[in-house]
Design a protein around this ligand. Structure first.
Ligand SMILES: [Zn+2]
Length: 291
């Protein structure tokens, strides 16, 4: 069933920081293009959007929500990474003359997935190919670098990471409220997805858990009351996955058996675990086989 609420439910989670929480559906039957967290931050001079949702429909609902609250220019549209649920609302903001901001690898990562995403959008959302529009960044951030943008008495620091959840991850830090938008470097409730490098992912999550923040906005799920606990839970999953795969390889357990058996005891800790955990094993196991 493809449904989208008449308007997006936005919450002002900090002063002039607005978030809409997507629902926990898999990108499969039931996917409606609105499964991740998207939102915007309003400064004195302009507005930054952080992720645009999985379709033009979600993107235009987001734009409507912005315009209910402010008529300031939308100076920046930031994509936290390449995944389809985060980027396919971008094209809506072209008419706003916004700069698009993303990781140095983002444009290439979009192209690599283009045909696959167009098929998924057609099959699951009934979006014709011509409406699956990718907008690559006009401002790229190199790995390990931080870009600062000023929305008017409101500085955002956008940081690009080495390969972790994907090879195009950035975070957005609002200095005024000490809010960190993590993109999919943090999952809450829903099982984490690994589409990059497990070792890099563990490193980045450890690094983020030591930052001094007031609030973390995850890529999926409710912004946690205790973000350190949320990062710890994330780290626990990733580290135990890495260790279990390493052990399985040492013990001669093949990929097939590994996907069916590893970390079953964590199934109750995450939503969609029984779908996502085997996918993660499938992704990570072959990469660790030759380490
Ligand atoms: Zn993602």
């Amino acid at each position: 069933m493809n449904h989208l609420y008449a308007s997006l439910n936005m919450v002002e989670i900090k002063s002039n920081v607005f978030i809409h929480q997507g629902q926990h559906f898999d990108v499969d039957k039931g996917y409606q293009g609105d499964i991740c967290n998207i939102g915007f931050i309003i400064g004195n001079k302009s507005i930054a959007v952080i992720d645009t949702g999985g379709s033009l429909k979600v993107g235009s609902e987001l734009l409507k929500e912005i315009r209910k609250r402010s008529s300031l220019p939308i100076s920046h549209v930031i994509n936290t990474h390449v995944h389809l649920d985060h980027i396919y609302g971008n094209a809506v903001f072209k008419s706003e003359q916004s700069e698009f901001v993303g990781h140095k690898n983002l444009a290439k990562a979009m192209l690599i997935r283009k045909a696959f995403y167009e098929r998924l959008n057609l099959e699951l959302l009934k979006v014709p190919f011509k409406d699956s529009v990718q907008v690559p960044p006009s401002i790229e951030i190199n790995e390990g670098e931080i870009l600062k943008i000023d929305l008017g008495d409101r500085l955002l620091s956008i940081e690009a990471y080495p390969e972790a959840h994907t090879d195009s991850d950035v975070t957005v830090f609002d200095e005024k409220t000490k809010t960190l938008w993590t993109g999919d470097l943090l999952f809450v409730e829903r099982a984490p997805v690994i589409d990059g490098n497990i070792h890099g992912f563990i490193e980045v999550v450890k690094n983020l858990s030591h930052r001094s923040l007031d609030l973390a906005v995850p890529g999926h799920g409710t912004p946690p009351e205790d973000h350190q606990k949320a990062f710890k839970k994330m780290q626990h999953y990733l580290v135990s996955l890495r260790d279990a795969i390493r052990q399985a390889i040492d013990d001669g357990i093949d990929l097939d058996e590994a996907t069916q058996t590893l970390l079953k005891d964590q199934a109750n800790e995450w939503e969609l675990f029984n779908i996502q955990n085997p996918r993660n094993i499938n992704r990570v196991y072959p990469s660790m086989e030759w380490e």
